[in-house]
Ligand binder design. Structure first.
Ligand SMILES: [Zn+2]
Length: 291
């Protein structure tokens, strides 16, 4: 444990302000700092959230085989004209699997994209042998679609890719329920909505702390009370809880954007399925975008 970690939380705040000052909390990325006031507002309002599934129980799911999961993912890609062949990606060793240790955790831990030791792009899906598997296969292969070679990694792609994956995750879950009659797919809405609420309630105070620092060059009660009536101690406590366990804000921010704008995209898609074309366009152009 480092010296600053042994201090009471109100004293640790000084250390956090140093992180904000030299930007280590952002790992060299600017977006969370640049758009922090926007993120503060969005994380406090959950504007696009239907919250329709929050009362569902995280119930026991039936078993499905990997073969069926692959077929369902492929059907979705074919129906919506994604140029993705799941079996081919498995045969090439790009998509690979292991067993999920504890089933039914949050979706974040169900798979990820990464670069292997040779810098090659890979997707790993942790199998739960439930209806969550095909959804994670779709989610991860869509990340793969817009992931650049390691040398071309870019900030815009990293912060926007979750929007494409979460949008399609929800549209796919909708397809599974309505067109394939798989009612259990509602677990995806339940998990995503829960995660969105959790991440927003956590990040609101974190973004608020950063915003106060950005505007005033210091975080203390005197500057706080210029903009807010109450909640100063709670903000410090929640920022401290976050910063003492998660050393940078990037992955929370791209998941946050993914949940919020993924839900928004899904709602737009329900009004007009043509909206999927816009999501796909974002998928195609992501590596050429910058902030
Ligand atoms: Zn993802």
């Amino acid at each position: 444990m480092e010296e600053w970690q042994k201090l009471p939380y109100k004293d640790r705040i000084k250390t956090y302000q140093k992180w904000l000052n030299n930007k280590t909390f952002f790992m060299g990325y600017n977006i969370a700092y640049k758009y922090v006031s926007t993120f503060e507002v969005i994380s406090n309002s959950l504007p696009f959230h239907s919250k329709a599934y929050l009362n569902e129980k995280d119930s026991e799911l039936s078993n499905i085989s990997l073969k069926d999961s692959i077929s369902l993912a492929q059907e979705y890609f074919d129906k919506y004209n994604f140029n993705i062949n799941v079996q081919e990606q498995i045969d090439k060793g790009i998509l690979h699997f292991d067993e999920k240790e504890k089933p039914k955790k949050g979706l974040n831990e169900d798979g990820h994209n990464y670069y292997d030791d040779n810098g090659e792009r890979k997707c790993l899906v942790h199998l739960a042998h439930t209806i969550i598997d095909p959804v994670i296969i779709v989610h991860e292969l869509l990340h793969y679609q817009n992931q650049p070679a390691k040398k071309d990694e870019n900030e815009a792609r990293n912060f926007l890719t979750e929007i494409v994956s979460y949008s399609n995750e929800l549209i796919f879950a909708d397809y599974l329920m309505k067109e394939k009659g798989i009612k259990e797919a509602k677990i995806i809405f339940f998990q995503d909505e829960n995660s969105a609420l959790q991440i927003c309630s956590q990040l609101y105070d974190v973004y608020r702390f950063i915003n106060i620092y950005k505007e005033n060059g210091i975080v203390d009660y005197n500057v706080y009370k210029k903009s807010y009536n109450r909640g100063y101690d709670l903000m410090l406590k929640l920022f401290d809880e976050y910063a003492s366990t998660i050393p940078n804000i990037n992955s929370s921010t791209w998941n946050f954007l993914g949940y919020m704008l993924g839900t928004y995209s899904y709602e737009e898609y329900k009004k007009d399925p043509q909206f999927l074309n816009k999501i796909n366009k974002l998928n195609d152009s992501m590596n050429n975008k910058s902030f």
